[in-house]
Write a protein that binds this ligand. Structure first.
Ligand code: PMP
Ligand code: GLU
Length: 406
């Protein structure tokens, strides 16, 4: 009997060039490993996953349950139910102080899909896409899967890696088609001011480059007012072609519901929606109903978000204080938003642990603390710690790190 086609292990020659060079998500890989070790009984403190530890606010979950009971379990239009697209557009319009067309909103299966829709619809062979580094681990892969080239570009470390037009001038070529970055940033927690955003947006406009602004952490900001500066705050004339990425995962503690969204011109939204109609169709219908509650019950949502934001702020203060006290040899970027601490570890490199990746493996083995090495974010001198977990776990983890590294 011959081995059937389906049971054969794919060889590198039989795997399509589409995915041959792709690396699986490092953030997901580390957090899956940490979960597996914990399930095997190891004493693991998992500070790898970028995921709020809060339950989804009850009124959001209840809305989905009611929706399921009412039979809202069928396909919806590919870009989402119109009520949800309108509610998202209305929150963007309110923030921008001008009417933004709801036909420009596409609801997707997580911000990940929104980003992939944008990259796949806008970029292709021969194109270069500038990526603000340190970057979220999936950006270069998404650009690569679109068969374009990812070009990491980093601002000065003294500026907490924030990009300036001069950094972009040094990286741009005639093939540059896009600029992709996040603020508040993953993995840095760094937030661009409105002036800095304007500079970047106008640079992209003047160079005819698509600006993809990932603002999924916008509502997790520790400055006044709670919502970080946004490209929505810019005058319309400062913005050229652009896509704004947002979603429910982080702000509303809804990672597993898989709801993201994009705002672009209605014409591009139509293209992305057409593309999505061939990949996943609509985002899960019950999840859309949940998201509708999040985007329409604005007072309840604001109260829930504000409570979670305050917890993140308190934990940010706690981890910074503990680092100052116990790990003074490990400088970090002071997070202004999101829930990550990005700290420098090259002073701890030694034989057998000469990179952040090797160091993180050693830390996991020796102390059970799971962290994501900076290689995943294009900055191998650093390591990322997620502080979206309880004070006790944070204190225990930093105590273990201090014993091991201090
Ligand atoms: N952008 C950034 C910067 C992220 O950290 C994440 C985390 N998953 C995403 C997008 C994707 O979020 P999701 O697909 O869960 O909505
Ligand atoms: N965005 C989160 C992180 O950076 C979740 C995992 C992922 O999707 O990459 O850890």
């Amino acid at each position: 009997m011959t081995t059937s086609q389906t049971s054969r292990e794919p060889t590198s020659a039989s795997i399509s060039a589409n995915v041959r060079d792709m690396q699986p998500s490092a953030t997901i890989a580390v957090s899956s490993l940490a979960k597996r070790l914990a399930a095997e009984g190891r004493d693991i403190l998992n500070l790898s996953a970028g995921e709020p530890d809060f339950d989804t606010p009850a009124f959001i979950s209840e809305a989905a349950i009611e929706g399921i009971r009412a039979g809202r379990t069928r396909y919806t239009p590919a870009p989402g139910i119109p009520e949800l697209r309108k509610a998202v557009a209305s929150s963007f319009s309110q923030r921008a102080g001008r009417e933004l067309p709801w036909e420009g909103v596409v609801v997707s299966t997580g911000a990940k899909q929104s980003l992939f829709n944008a990259c796949f619809s806008l970029f292709g062979p021969g194109d270069e896409v500038l990526i603000g580094a340190p970057y979220w681990t999936s950006y270069p892969e998404m650009v690569g899967l679109s068969r374009a080239s990812a070009v990491p570009v980093s601002g000065a470390e003294a500026r907490d890696f924030r990009l300036t037009p001069a950094d972009l001038d040094a990286a741009v070529t005639e093939r540059t088609r896009g600029l992709l970055f996040s603020s508040p940033g993953n993995p840095t927690g760094v937030v661009y001011s409105t002036d800095e955003l304007r500079d970047i947006a106008e640079w992209a406009r003047d160079h005819g480059v698509w600006l993809i602004a990932d603002e999924i952490y916008r509502r997790i900001w520790f400055g006044d007012g709670g919502e970080a500066p946004s490209i929505l705050d810019l005058d319309a004339h400062s913005l050229g072609d652009h896509v704004l990425i947002d979603g429910a995962s982080k702000s509303f503690a809804m990672t597993g519901w898989r709801i993201g969204c994009s705002l672009s011109s209605p014409a591009l939204a139509k293209t992305m929606s057409g593309f999505q109609s061939h990949t996943t169709s609509n985002a899960s219908t019950p999840s859309q109903i949940a998201a509708l509650a999040a985007w329409t019950r604005t007072e309840d949502t604001a109260a829930a978000v504000s409570e979670m934001r305050e917890a993140f702020r308190r934990r940010r203060d706690l981890v910074c204080r503990l680092f100052d006290e116990k790990l003074p040899g490990f400088p970090y970027l002071k997070p202004e938003g999101a829930f990550y601490l990005f700290f420098r570890v090259d002073s701890a490199f030694a034989e057998g642990r000469e990179s952040a990746a090797e160091l993180c493996t050693w830390i996991l083995e020796e102390s059970g603390v799971a962290l994501v090495p900076g290689e995943a974010f294009g900055e191998p001198r650093f390591v990322r710690m997620s502080y979206a977990t309880s004070d006790d776990v944070l204190e225990d983890a930093i105590g273990r790190l201090a014993t091991l590294l201090g």
